[in-house]
Design a protein around this ligand. Structure first.
Ligand code: UPG
Length: 471
């Protein structure tokens, strides 16, 4: 029997890479005829990712990692203007290398019992769809975020055709397919307001979505039924495959974690009563200004709740927790002794899985949201950048699955005060709240979705059939 090879191009950054590789593993677990070649781009500011990628895939021999040759990165000034424009430029500069690599793969497989069946591109890599077309192979797009974000992107080209200008915070609420409520401009991603390449990059990416043969989304039918139904009712949208939650749950030591720190955290959690600790963690790049760090510190102190706080500083490339005393309120560390601990990079999945954790103050990165739903831990929303404000809006206003702290905080915006933080932390830790009940129910639905016969399991089966043409 013919074996099928997929070529997968994950996006840069851990939030994209880890969930992309997990998707690859999920596809392989589903069908033993499949193998996947993953083409890896190495971003200049994520040097430790490479070894992490290897550790994530070591247990799956049918995933082959191919390092693409290095390219000259875009000028660093572009990163300060727009992260999205930087990433898109960076990805585009890889196109010639991807073409050559794919030509080599295809010719090495000629006269074998393996054929390349198709491509999966992270949504930041849709500029590579033309490569798939040149080889007459179907391109699929992987959305590492949710169906709400997909709705925004599907709507963007239409809006751009009507009003070809960046959006403004003062714009009226917009009707976006896949949302029940009109969406306030203040919760839209930074990129859509960015005149320095961010808006243009998003539009360019969004314009290619219709060229995918299918769109794979890290969500599940029970979580976003309304959005998924609205897409399947629209024949202009390629088929959408909700395959999530696709999560990396088996703790793989991250290069940023020091073993002593990890042991210390887990030992401390073991000593705490059930659901008594709030966890604060803000993703791979989430950091705050010193005045905001102070407010957070005063807020958790005021709440009286035990806590584990993963904290980083702006401009600290290794994301390491370096010198807390410079920014924390005076005497804070002494006062919280026994009540709370702080760390740099946290073993987030292990922490969320721990029985001592009762709530999670999160930046609302989609992987963090799915992880907390998986373990039934309710979130307090503290979005910072990317599409996190939209995720916060979705979780609070549309799905009732999170406690609102802020929906529209962004870097450089008004400070979130200690009082507001204390209130929302106390609220999320209530043992009998409606939000906690709903989160527990959704947790069970998410776990069922990926089990044999569940909605996402069925969707993956369909996806593989569609890619390989074996209906
Ligand atoms: N993580 C840790 N320890 C930490 C911080 C993060 O283990 O101290 C893990 C976390 O468990 C998760 C991942 O890192 O698996 C972070 O992913 P996510 O929550 O999605 O945040 P980002 O890394 O910020 O993700 C980017 C975007 C986000 C988007 C996501 C998926 O910032 O807005 O939803 O990509 O597209």
């Amino acid at each position: 029997m013919m074996k099928e090879e997929l070529i997968f191009v994950p996006g840069p950054g851990i939030g994209h890479l880890a969930s992309g590789l997990e998707l690859a593993k999920r596809l392989l677990d589903h069908d033993d005829r499949l193998s996947i070649t993953t083409l890896v781009m190495n971003m200049p500011f994520t040097p430790s990712i490479n070894s992490y990628t290897r550790s994530l895939t070591a247990s799956q021999p049918r995933i082959k990692l191919v390092d693409l040759p290095e390219v000259d990165p875009p000028p660093p000034e572009l990163l300060t203007k727009s992260a999205e424009a930087y990433i898109c430029d960076f990805v585009e500069s890889y196109i010639p290398h991807v073409k050559t690599t794919v030509t080599d793969i295809i010719s090495s497989l000629s006269n074998s019992d393996v054929r390349v069946a198709g491509f999966i591109f992270d949504f930041f890599c849709v500029s590579m769809i033309d490569i798939a077309n040149e080889f007459s192979l179907p391109p699929y797009i992987f959305i590492t975020s949710n169906a709400g974000f997909l709705g925004l992107m599907l709507n963007l080209p239409k809006r751009h055709d009507e009003i070809s200008e960046v959006m403004q915070m003062s714009d009226p609420d917009s009707l976006i397919p896949g949302f029940f409520n009109p969406v306030p401009a203040r919760v839209l991603p930074d990129a859509v307001f960015n005149k320095h390449g961010g808006y243009a990059a998003y539009v360019k990416v969004a314009q290619r979505f219709k060229d995918g043969k299918g769109i794979i989304v890290n969500t599940f039918a029970e979580l976003e039924p309304f959005a998924l139904r609205s897409f399947s009712d629209d024949h202009r949208i390629p088929p959408v495959y909700p395959v999530g939650p696709v999560l990396h749950l088996k703790g793989q030591p991250h290069p940023e974690i020091n073993q002593d720190q990890l042991d210390k955290i887990m030992k401390w959690l073991d000593e705490q009563p059930q659901s008594s600790v709030v966890f604060l963690c803000f993703g791979s790049f989430g950091s705050f200004s010193p005045p905001q760090v102070k407010e957070i510190a005063l807020g958790i102190e005021q709440s009286g709740i035990k806590f584990l706080w993963s904290m980083r500083f702006p401009g600290s490339p290794s994301n390491q927790f370096t010198n807390p005393e410079d920014v924390l309120p005076e005497g804070f560390l002494e006062r919280i002794e026994g009540r709370g601990i702080m760390c740099g990079w946290a073993p987030q999945v292990e922490v969320l899985a721990h029985k001592a954790i009762g709530g999670f103050v999160s930046h609302c990165g989609w992987n963090s949201i799915l992880e907390s739903l998986w373990y039934g831990v309710p979130i307090v929303t503290f979005p910072i950048y990317a599409e996190q404000q939209l995720n916060a809006f979705r979780m609070v206003k549309e799905l009732g699955l999170s406690v609102e702290l802020k929906l529209d905080y962004r870097v450089g915006g008004d400070l979130v005060t200690a009082d507001e933080i204390a209130k929302s932390v106390i609220c999320v830790m209530q043992s009998d709240s409606e939000v906690r009940k709903k989160v527990k129910e959704m947790s069970e639905k998410g776990r069922k979705a990926v089990m044999d016969g569940g909605s996402s399991f069925t969707s993956i089966t369909q996806l593989i059939q569609d890619i390989t043409g074996n209906n």
